[in-house]
Design a protein around this ligand. Structure first.
Ligand code: SIN
Length: 534
């Protein structure tokens, strides 16, 4: 049993920033950060383009950034949250700059070289080449190292959140006063399950991309936090809004994760074309290749299906070579490594699952519906993204909510005691699995189901079919979970099935097309539909 004041699950931008700020504000508190792999692996570290912020006060404004966010969100953003994130964002970005984060500047000036992405009416993306996430992760880890009251533990995989349920009480989704006391955590190196007790727990577990076959998310993105919060009877919302990035590198070898060709490349002037070189995006939107992501991803999907092709193409051949290489050295290198010279050849691209806009519902201070449980980053549904996230708003959201969570925790943490009335994990009755293939094949099956039936274009028939398949898989995996020794793969599959179920269920209930959710049965947008019942 381990005791800590604040338990932070996840080590991307939201988790690390929360830990740093807490440690700084309260050196007397013990803060424990757990990550299921190592310190360098998080969704944050994979972000290419950058952080959106209304930085350039001459051309840009908070108002424009708010409007772009609301426009992308297609009627489902919570306006107050958008205002908060946009207004507080630049100050939060300045903080990480003060901690050492580097963002590219225009040559010979002290001005930031602000990039552009789809749906943004101005250049407002702070970036570090095409590896902004890596730079932020590096900065945060360095800053984290300055605080002796932070304990950072790698290879610890949280399995379930502890609530009154673990003390023998019956809890249902509408039970009032559910509290979180920490988590059961699998030490991946020893295979033992430890009880981590905390006054406050913060979920910062990132995304869910691995629920699809083709995703830009790293292997860790298995929706663990959302699944745990859902099992603990927390409120989860907007799960139908899965963002597909329009341009992942088409790679017939089936690379996982798919390599991202950042939207910033289109911001730099690249144009989407068919194999024959025809520009097609203006058929779909006057903003052409720089229309918001949902529109571009759907257009590419449509062109691919209509033409019976495997991919569409990104044309960079007219762009300045030196500038391109300076901005996108990593993308350039990757393309060359598979025999494509972006300065001479079209880059083959296809949409890939990229971001989950839904998640654990939180309020403006990052509190979830479960008391003593906060959440920040991609695992949340704060209201910022609505039905479709505006590019590069997510790192900003992580920073702003980490700060707000700390502001909220500081004045209230001393009123809580660590709950010691929690039994240790009981592994009696379980045995080692005979065949790992039940799990590995299960993951493949799940990805197939989601990719074929719950992708960019949905329908009632497809959703029903997915639901039937998922129900079978759910029953099989629960039986396995209750009888075999816990492994990370088993837990991840279990979480992915929960995530898939939540996506299908939310998608089935939304009888309209809006933002990222498009269904052929209800192609029109209806009035506001409140689905906050999960
Ligand atoms: C990209 O670089 O295109 C991804 C940026 C984002 O998803 O915000």
């Amino acid at each position: 049993m381990q005791k800590t004041d604040v338990l932070v699950l996840g080590a991307g931008i939201a988790g690390l920033t929360t830990a740093i700020k807490l440690a700084k504000a309260r050196p007397d508190l013990k803060i424990t950060v757990l990550t299921k792999t190592n310190e360098n692996e998080s969704n944050t570290a994979w972000a290419q383009a950058g952080v959106a912020a209304a930085w350039d006060k001459k051309h840009d404004s908070y108002k424009k950034h708010v409007e772009d966010t609301l426009d992308a969100g297609d009627g489902l953003c919570v306006e107050k949250i958008v205002e908060i994130v946009v207004h507080e964002g630049p100050e939060r970005v300045q903080e990480i700059i003060n901690w050492g984060a580097r963002f590219d500047k225009k040559e010979t000036t002290d001005q930031y070289d602000l990039g552009r992405e789809g749906g943004h009416s101005e250049n407002r993306i702070l970036h570090y080449k095409d590896i902004t996430g890596w730079e932020i992760q590096r900065t945060l880890l360095e800053e984290l190292g300055r605080y002796p009251n932070i304990e950072f533990q790698e290879h610890y995989f949280a399995i379930d959140l502890l609530t009154q349920h673990h003390m023998g009480y019956t809890i249902i989704r509408v039970t009032p006063g559910i509290e979180c006391y920490g988590a059961y955590v699998l030490d991946k190196r020893t295979g033992t399950i430890e009880t981590f007790l905390a006054k406050i727990t913060v979920l910062a577990t990132g995304g869910t991309g691995q629920v699809y076959k083709n995703t830009t998310n790293p292997a860790i993105a298995t929706g663990d936090g959302i699944a745990m919060a859902y099992r603990a009877k927390g409120r989860v919302e907007n799960m139908e809004f899965v963002q597909f990035h329009p341009t992942s590198l088409y790679n017939p070898a089936g690379e996982n994760p798919s390599f991202l060709i950042s939207e910033a490349v289109r911001g730099f002037g690249a144009i989407l074309r068919t194999r024959q070189g025809e520009e097609f995006m203006h058929k779909y939107d006057p903003r052409g290749s720089l229309a918001p992501r949902d529109i571009v991803a759907r257009a590419i999907d449509r062109e691919i299906k209509q033409r019976g092709e495997d991919c569409m193409y990104l044309d960079c051949t007219h762009l300045d070579k030196e500038g391109f290489i300076a901005h996108f050295p990593n993308i350039y290198k990757k393309c060359l490594s598979i025999g494509i010279d972006p300065m001479k050849d079209f880059i083959p691209v296809t949409p890939a699952c990229h971001y989950m806009c839904g998640g654990v519902r939180t309020d403006e201070m990052g509190r979830s519906s479960i008391d003593r449980l906060y959440a920040a980053g991609e695992c949340t549904c704060t209201g910022l993204h609505g039905a479709n996230r505006l590019a590069s708003n997510s790192l900003l959201e992580g920073l702003v909510f980490a700060h707000r969570i700390v502001e909220d925790i500081i004045p209230r943490i001393d009123q809580f005691q660590i709950q010691t009335n929690i039994p240790d994990w009981d592994a009696r009755g379980t045995t080692d699995p005979d065949e790992m293939v039940l799990i590995t094949q299960g993951i493949k099956e799940l990805k197939e189901t989601m990719s074929y039936y719950v992708g960019i274009v949905r329908s009632n028939v497809r959703l029903k079919r997915a639901n039937d398949r998922l129900y079978l898989q759910y029953k099989e995996i629960e039986a396995l979970y209750n009888t075999t020794t816990i492994s990370p793969q088993l837990c991840e599959l279990r979480n992915l099935i929960t995530i898939a179920y939540l996506i299908v269920r939310s998608a089935s209930m939304r009888m309209e097309s809006r933002g990222l959710h498009y269904t052929t049965d209800y192609p029109e947008k209806k009035g506001y539909v409140d689905l906050s019942i999960l």
